[in-house]
Design a protein around this ligand. Structure first.
Ligand code: FAD
Length: 598
């Protein structure tokens, strides 16, 4: 059975050739790292993932987590792997030196998370959630809170969670009921039930720091009355060690479709001690720090399942012998040809390849913007990067997870019936991938965020920051014959993107439901154009490498061929989304709720 291998060559191509990370580091005070160091860090991450995490992926799926009277045990090997992970210093890699971090760029964390997540997504969620927790504490916590919680989180001794969801509210957090009552000593007593809390209870770390949304007694209704709290599983003693057990307990584990190795918990807060982070009633704004980190993290989940399924199905397609090629035997000595000779199998493989490599460039580009917002000293560059991130976060989260699920299904299809059988790991991959379209805000919610808040809410300004980049690229290459097949369609799509946005904005003036009716199609349409831009950049880079005779010609030819495949067979999907948007809201709202009955 083929196991995941980190695609180091492709990672380096995206980072250093297409996205010019060496210049990016130099420009943003990140001179502690260069290309050579980056490559060596990534190689170490790949070794850990391939040797330690890959063998635990199926184990986690088959054993799942066990609950016994509130105590949760993770699958065999998970705890030991986590010990190795912290001993090697991985949790602290991108965190602030003043709290024990190594201060390396957060973009390097993106690559680490991709590799860890592709090897074993369920395992990767335990350390993964800690990042958002740390960012939230770092951005909104008091000095005392930072001093107490950040060092053990940075070292990985403690892990973090995000506790938003309650049984009656997921998307609509304005309805949440968990209450927080002020105590004489300045702390709060939290009471309520949170559900679906990932890594909410487990045996891998000494303590768990829950970041919890709750309501103060006099809080206004809705989202304006939500505050944010730190609720540790064990209260921290003055010397930083774990102290008394807090009144937060895991009531049950959810039985679920995939990511069985990750504990999805019902958490009961029964007068648990908590500490306010940020201002009272401004908790949702603080939680967005966590959610934005988590959304980019979830985009990587889409990439992880696409890559894993692609690798498995590619290996299988090279080995599996069925039927003969229509153009004559390609394996005349054998009883049949390998299925990779069949055009339809190639369609499935190339779709996965184009989505994995394109998604990787999108994710690394977003990570680069995050670096700029964190480390640049140029205010204009920071504001520009912030706008790009704000636009690209919902696109990356929803587009990459939707296509991640599609790709994982194509991987199964390449295996025929064998894909549906547990042995090959592609059915686990498909089950594991499905959650990514739901948590951290469903695709529908990301689409409303993109179209309503980010695009129409800024009168198109945020969109223009990205379309201007595309425009500049197209203008610079307008006379480049070798890139014509990419630049022309990209130019027309870029122009159409603006016109379509304008069209939705105008129809929405007449009927606000037009935004909701267009939103998911708009998000997918935007995602396909964004990837087209990165594939055009990749084609430009590959062509330059081929022209200069520098490096592995086959690798660059494959890049060009994949870019062509993307432009000719995937980008046309924008036509469907375009036409659906243009059809308007009428066809969705024609039926009354009763008329849906059968
Ligand atoms: C395995 C797993 C792990 C999770 N981990 C965590 C975690 O760690 N922490 C945490 O707090 N939560 C977690 N969640 C919860 C997850 O974030 C929510 O399930 C998700 O946000 C959706 O909320 P909901 O399930 O209540 O669905 P609902 O909000 O009830 O939504 C149902 C459907 O209605 C749609 N919908 C709702 N409102 C609108 C609207 N205005 N316009 C258009 N469509 C709309 C949604 O898109 C969705 O399709 C997890 C869930 C699962 C299953």
């Amino acid at each position: 059975m083929a196991d995941y291998r980190a695609p180091l060559k492709d990672i380096n191509f995206a980072l250093f050739d297409v996205l010019k990370y060496a210049d990016h580091y130099a420009k943003n005070q990140l001179d502690m790292i260069d290309q050579e160091t980056t490559e060596s860090v990534i190689e170490q991450a790949a070794k850990f993932a391939e040797n330690v995490l890959v063998p635990l992926n199926a184990v986690g799926d088959q054993e799942g987590c066990k609950w016994d009277d509130g105590v949760v045990t993770t699958p065999t090997g998970f705890k030991e792997a986590y010990q190795q992970f912290i001993e090697a210093g991985w949790p602290s890699m991108t965190h602030h030196e003043e709290f024990g971090g190594q201060g390396l760029p957060s973009s390097l964390g993106t690559v680490l998370n991709e590799i860890v997540g592709s090897a074993n997504w369920a395992w990767g969620m335990y350390p993964g959630l800690s990042h958002g927790c740390m960012e939230t504490l770092f951005t909104h916590g008091t000095d005392e809170q930072k001093a107490t919680y950040l060092p053990p989180l940075v070292s990985g001794q403690w892990t973090g969670t995000m506790c938003l969801t309650e049984p009656h509210c997921g998307t609509d957090l304005g309805m949440l009921r968990t209450k927080a009552e002020p105590q004489a000593d300045g702390s709060y007593s939290l009471t309520g039930t949170k559900i679906f809390i990932s890594a909410g209870e487990h045996d891998m770390s000494d303590n768990i720091v829950h970041i919890v949304l709750a309501r103060l007694p006099d809080a206004p209704a809705g989202t304006k009355g939500i505050s944010l709290f730190i609720v540790p599983k064990f209260l921290a003693k003055e010397d930083g060690q774990v102290g008394e057990r807090n009144a937060v307990n895991c009531g049950a584990l959810e039985e679920k479709m995939g990511i069985h190795g990750n504990a999805t918990c019902v958490l009961n807060f029964d007068g648990a001690t908590g500490y306010l982070i940020g201002q009272a009633n401004k908790g949702l704004a603080c939680m967005f720090t966590f959610m934005n980190t988590a959304r980019l993290g979830t985009a990587l989940q889409g990439l992880a399942h696409t890559e894993l399924g692609y690798q498995k199905s590619l290996d299988y397609a090279r080995e599996r012998l069925q039927m003969r090629s229509l153009t004559g035997a390609k394996n005349p000595e054998g009883p049949a040809d390998p299925i990779i000779v069949h055009p339809d199998v190639r369609r499935m493989l190339l779709t996965q390849k184009a989505l994995a490599e394109g998604g990787r460039m999108l994710a690394y580009f977003a990570a680069q913007q995050l670096d700029v917002t964190k480390y640049s000293t140029d205010d204009a560059a920071k504001a520009h990067a912030d706008q790009l991130l704000s636009l690209l976060t919902p696109i990356a989260k929803a587009f990459m997870t939707e296509t991640g699920f599609e790709a994982s299904s194509l991987a199964m299809q390449c295996f025929g019936g064998h894909g549906y059988i547990r042995e090959w790991g592609v059915e686990q991959n498909m089950r594991d991938s499905r959650i990514a379209m739901l948590y951290e805000g469903t695709t529908g919610v990301q689409a409303l965020d993109l179209l309503g808040r980010k695009v129409l809410g800024t009168q198109g300004e945020t969109l223009q920051v990205f379309t201007k980049l595309i425009y500049k690229f197209c203008q610079a290459n307008v006379d480049n014959e070798s890139l014509k097949e990419f630049v022309e369609p990209l130019t027309s799509h870029n122009k159409e993107w603006g016109e379509l946005t304008m069209h939705i904005g105008l129809t929405a003036l007449e009927n606000a439901d037009e935004v909701g009716a267009a939103s998911v199609d708009y998000l997918m349409y935007s995602g396909y154009i964004a990837l087209a831009y990165f594939w055009a950049l990749a084609a430009e880079t590959a062509q330059q490498k081929l022209d200069s005779g520098d490096g592995d010609a086959d690798f660059y030819k494959a890049k060009l061929a994949t870019a062509q495949f993307y432009f000719q067979r995937i980008l046309p999907r924008t036509r469907t989304h375009h036409d659906c948007i243009k059809s308007g809201v009428g066809n969705l709202m024609a039926l009354s709720s009763d008329q849906f009955s059968f």
